[in-house]
Design a binder for this molecule. Sequence first.
Ligand SMILES: Cc1ncc(COP(=O)(O)O)c(C=O)c1O
Length: 276
Amino acid sequence: MTTFVDYPNPYRPPGSDPSGPVAALTASLAQVEAALAAGDVACVMAEPILADGGMVVPPPGFLRGLEQLCHRYDTLLVCDEVKVGLGRPGMLHAYQLDGATPDLICFGKVLGGGLPLSAAVGPAQILDGPSAAALLTTAGNPICSAVGRAVLRVLQEEELPERARRAGERLRAGLAHLGNERIGDIRGHGLAIGVDLVVDRDSKEPDGQLAAATVYRAFELGVVVYYVGGNVLEVTPPLIISDEEVDRAVDILGRAIDDAAAGKVPADVVAAYAGW
Ligand SMILES: Cc1ncc(COP(=O)(O)O)c(C=O)c1O
C-alpha cells in the first residue's frame, strides 16, 4: 500500500495561515508522521524538488524533517533524483540543498545521457536483500553502463553543477526582470526552474490555459518548455546552455507569455497537444 501526503508548497500553503511556508511544512511532516506511527512502513520516498507536480521547492527543513522522522520510526528515506538530480539543481544531488542524507537514491534520465539507464544507489545491507530484484531484461546493459560512467565523469570534470547554478541564476534573474504580471512565482535551484502562471498575482489563481498556450507559442518562436502541475512552465534546459542562449530563451518566453495572454494562440490549436 502507498500513502500519499501533501508536498509543502510555500507559494500556495494550506489555508490562510500567515506563517505560510512553515505551516505547509508542518502540515506535510505531520501527515508523514501519522502514516509512520500507524504501522509498518517500508520507506518514505520524496523528490527534493517536486518536478512534475509543479516544480515546487519545499521550505527549508523538509528533507531534514523527513530524515529525522525516518530515524525515529526506523524507516528508510529514499530520494528520487531522477528528474532534478545529477547537476541540474546546481549541485551534484538535490538532497544536498537541505543538508539531508537519504538511505537510498534513485537516478535516471541524465544518468544515461539519452540512453536507457537508471540506478538505485544505497548501502549493501539494503541492496543485497532482494536477490533477484534487478534481473530485468535490459538491466546491466554494458553500453548504457559505460555511458553512465562517462556522464558522471563529464559532470564532474566540466563542473556542470556549478555551470547549472550560474546559468540558473541568470535565467531566474532574466525572468524576474520581465516583470510580467501573469508570472506569479519564479522558483527553483540551478536549471530546475518553475514559472507559475496565474490569472493575477493577488489571487494566485493558477492559469493552466495560459501555460498551455505559452508552451505552444514558445515552441513556435524557438524555445521548448513544458508545463507541469497544470500551470507551471518547466524550464529545464541542458546544463551546457550558454549565456546567449539563456538571454534568448528569456526573451522568447516573455514574448510567448504576452502573446498567449493577448489571445494570439487559438485554444483549439493548443488543445490537440495539451494533457500533461
Ligand atoms: C521524478 C521522477 N522519477 C521517476 C521517473 C520515472 O523514471 P523512469 O522513466 O526511468 O522509470 C520520472 C519520469 O518522468 C520522474 O520524473
